[in-house]
Design a binder for this molecule. Structure first.
Ligand code: NCD
Length: 309
C-alpha cells in the first residue's frame, strides 16, 4: 500500500490489517500521556479545500499522538489566488519538506491525480462525490467493535447515496468484509440502473430499495447520511419536511430493524431531516464512537504509509 486513495482498490486483507492496527493503537489514546515517538521527524501536510470538522481534526490528532509534525494549508490567502495550479502548489510544499499529503477536494479524483505526480504517500480525506476511505474504515471498525463481526451483516444506508462519498466507500468496504448492503432514498438520490453493476462487488450483496422499510427490515446496522445539497447544482429536494417524513429516521423504524441494531452517521447531522431528534436517545446510536475511532484508524493509516511496514 503506497497511498490510501479509495476503498475500491483495497483488498480484504489490507482492510483487516488496518483495522487490527487501529485496534492496537487505540490503547495509546487512553494513556495518561497519549503520545508515542513513532513518527518523530515526519511532516504531514493537511490540505483541505472543503469544510471539515471531524476528519481534519482527527488527522491532526492522529499525527500529534504519533509525534509527526503537521502543516495545515488554507487555499484562501495562498498563491492559488494568484493563479498557481494545485499541482504546482503541492510540488512546492513538497519541496519545503513534507513526507505525506492528506487531501480533501471537491473534485473527484484529485488525490489520484496528485498521487501520480508526487513521490510521497497521498491519503484521500474525501474527493467530491467519489470516496472517503478513512470514513469507511472507521465505520467498519465501529461495527466490528460493537457487533463482533462484519461477516453476514445486513447494512442499510439511507439518504443521498448518489452524491455521498461516504456511501460509496461504505458500500465497497462492507461488501468486501462480507456484509450485504441495502441502500434506500428517493429515486433522484439513488444510483441509476446502469450504475448498479459498479457498486455490486459480489453477486447479491448490493440492493437498491425505493422503499425504506425494505432496506431497514432486519438490518444490523443503519447508516444515515446528510443530504449533500452543495453537490446538487440545481436544488433536487422540493421539500425537506417531506423528505424527513418519508426518508428521515425516527422511532417508527424501530419496528423494522433488529433489536440492538446500530445507528450511525458520519456527521455533520441535520437533525430533523435525516434523523429525528428522538433518535439521539436511541440506545444503540454510536455516532460519537465513530468519531473516536476516526483517530485510531487515521493513526493506523499514517503509520502504515510512513513506517513502510
Ligand atoms: C462527510 C464528508 O465530508 O464527506 N463528513 C465527514 O467527513 N465526516 C459527510 C458529509 O459531509 O455529509
Amino acid at each position: 500500500m503506497r497511498h490510501l486513495l479509495d476503498i475500491y482498490h483495497l483488498n480484504r486483507e489490507d482492510i483487516e490489517e488496518i483495522l487490527l492496527l487501529a485496534e492496537n493503537l487505540r490503547e495509546i489514546l487512553h494513556r495518561p500521556i497519549p503520545k508515542v515517538p513513532t513518527l518523530r521527524g515526519k511532516s504531514v501536510l493537511l490540505l483541505f479545500y472543503e469544510p471539515s470538522t471531524r476528519t481534519k481534526f482527527s488527522f491532526e490528532k492522529a499525527c500529534k499522538v504519533l509525534s509527526a509534525d503537521t502543516l495545515s494549508f488554507s487555499a484562501k490567502g495562498s498563491s492559488l489566488e494568484k493563479g498557481e495550479t494545485l499541482l504546482d502548489t503541492v510540488k512546492n510544499l513538497r519541496a519545503l519538506g513534507v513526507d505525506l499529503l492528506v487531501i480533501r477536494h471537491s473534485f473527484s479524483g484529485t488525490p489520484h491525480f496528485l498521487a501520480n505526480h508526487l513521490d510521497i504517500p497521498v491519503v484521500n480525506a474525501g474527493d467530491g462525490t467519489h470516496e472517503h476511505p478513512t470514513q469507511a474504515l472507521l465505520d467498519l471498525l465501529t461495527v466490528k467493535d460493537k457487533l463482533g463481526t462484519l461477516e453476514g451483516l445486513k447494512v442499510a444506508i439511507v439518504g443521498d447515496i448518489k452524491h455521498s462519498r461516504v456511501a460509496h466507500s461504505d458500500i465497497f468496504g462492507f461488501q468486501k468484509m462480507g456484509s450485504r448492503v441495502f441502500v434506500a432514498g428517493p429515486a433522484y438520490l439513488l444510483p441509476e440502473d446502469r450504475e448498479i453493476p459498479l457498486y455490486e462487488l459480489r453477486k447479491g450483496y448490493f440492493r437498491v430499495c425505493l422503499n425504506l422499510r425494505e432496506a431497514l427490515e432486519d438490518a444490523d446496522v443503519v447508516i444515515a447520511l446528510r443530504v449533500q445539497k452543495e453537490r446538487h447544482g440545481d436544488p433536487l429536494i422540493p421539500s425537506y419536511n417531506e423528505y424527513a417524513e418519508f426518508f428521515g429516521l425516527s422511532p417508527r423504524i424501530l419496528e423494522w430493524i433488529k433489536e440492538g441494531a446500530l445507528l450511525m452517521h458520519p456527521g455533520p447531522i441535520n437533525w430533523g431531516v435525516e434523523l429525528s431528534h428522538e433518535m439521539e436517545r436511541y440506545p444503540f446510536q454510536v455516532i460519537l464512537d465513530q468519531v473516536e475511532n476516526g483517530v485510531a484508524v487515521r493513526m493506523a493509516v499514517l503509520l502504515r504509509l510512513l513506517s513502510g511496514e
